[in-house]
Design a protein around this ligand. Sequence first.
Ligand code: SAM
Ligand code: SF4
Ligand code: F3S
Length: 542
Amino acid sequence: MRQLLPVLDVSPGTVGAPAAPAPRVAPALDVGVVEFATEDTVLPRFHVWTLGCQMNRSDSEEMAGALLSSGCSEAAGMDDADLIVINSCAIRETAEQKIIGRMGVFGRLKAANPALRVVLTGCSVRADENVDLRRRYPQIDLFLRPDEEPELTARLGLAGLTTPGGLGGTPGGPGSARFARVGRGTAATADRLPGTRAAAVATGSVARGSDISAWLPIIYGCDKTCTYCIVPFSRGPERSRPFDQILDEARSLADAGYQEVTLLGQNVNSYGHDLPPEERFKGVGEQRRLGRDLDLRGRPDMAALLRAIDGLRTADGLPAIPRLRFVTSHPWDLTDRLIAAIAECPSVCEHLHLPVQSGDDGVLRRMGRQYTAEAYLSLVERLRSAIPGISLSTDVICGFSGESERAFENTLALLQRVGFDQVFAAAFSVRPGTPAARLVDDVTPAEKRARLNRLLDLQERISRDRNAAWLGRTTEVLVDGVRPERAHGHDGGIENAGERLTGRNREHRLVHLAGLPELVGRRVPVIIERTGPYALAGRLLA
Ligand code: SAM
Ligand code: SF4
Ligand code: F3S
């Protein structure tokens, strides 16, 4: 008999208006009873559907790991699952619509399999919005905010079969989360996340999606003041993981042979400001400029963390983790100490993702970004003089409130001046509850699309030129995949001449090359023979 999961209810730990009872889909099993499951019980097959950024992908690895440790197995896909966990993104309305648009599909799957339960986690589940959640997502049985994700197995009645470890409160009950004011709203803090992460790492239960590259969360939440952004409301204020905990996780990844580790956070550059001062970090504070009043003396910072991870060495003195990356960086917190650490640590890759959002000072001010276009350009100069050849990528929002044609052209001009290697651009999407929702969304959807297309056209030309400069150069590629066989076609803007392997160089450029699948997971020298706007192609050097 396949075990029925209990019928679930919205977390009573959340705040806001009292929620209506959950729709009953199948006879409920008492949570306590489920924990004493009989031996012939078949545990649910689960499928995790992840949307959004790397942070969500990392969180999904943790949730999948907890489910596997509970004895559940992974389903081939949604259609075969008894449990669907949706890890949502709320950054733009379109991201939320993707899930809302699937409600009919979930309804049909539930009709065919009454044991099916659907859980919604991630950034769409916010402290203030319970009532709205039930209306928007009628097929969802359980809503878990990002800070409640470690409770997943316990809330499903599976906890007795595993070792969730360190929930720090009754799951879902009062005291299992704390709340903080964010602007005019409320967000749950991520107080427990460092502890639950450490427990998951210690028990080896993080189901990592790759054995070549790993995510390593170092800071949860965001304290910044970007008026358009939902993240501070979804993820709460910044919470740094303890320094030694991160170092332990990095060490275990090195021991497991990981070639690349990406440190994760919405704003990794502000790592450490909320940690207690310690003697070993004395001297750190004096040199930090965070653009606001924080007592940073003696606290660890991102530079100290990079140097410590880079300092993990093999017996022959090479970095134990050959490639170290980090996302995302807010220009506000990019200190000289950090630039020096990037320049001096051999494992830290020569690539930085540094979102600019706009090249117009008026727009930047209304966005609450706390820098001017000139200040951003001077950061780029400092980066390029300290790390020659560093590759830069960025995020841009087109059509923010009050963005005039001239303001938009200032953004195009900044793109031309910087010459980014890659740009992720999107049309402004009003997020209810954010400060920008009180501004007038006065750029029409058609104009936003038109500006976005102009920007992408310009960037395609810039990327094409920048990639062309790689022609004839030799670069180290970490091979990470084998492409499906295709006779013709373009990939990354260059014709596919039969190269089956893909990977990235240290500058984060996508590289195609011919070679045997056995090379996956290895760093190999490649001479670049063809280039396009989004990828390079080359030949393996002996
Ligand atoms: N923390 C990063 C930073 O700003 O430095 C960015 C993280 S955010 C998850 C990724 C990107 O989504 C942002 O850089 C921004 O360009 C985009 N974004 C955020 N809110 C948006 C909105 N309301 N409409 C359109 N794009 C948005
Ligand atoms: Fe959002 Fe700004 Fe925080 Fe990035 S830094 S997550 S854009 S509030
Ligand atoms: Fe989306 Fe949340 Fe990431 S809103 S981009 S999943 S932090």
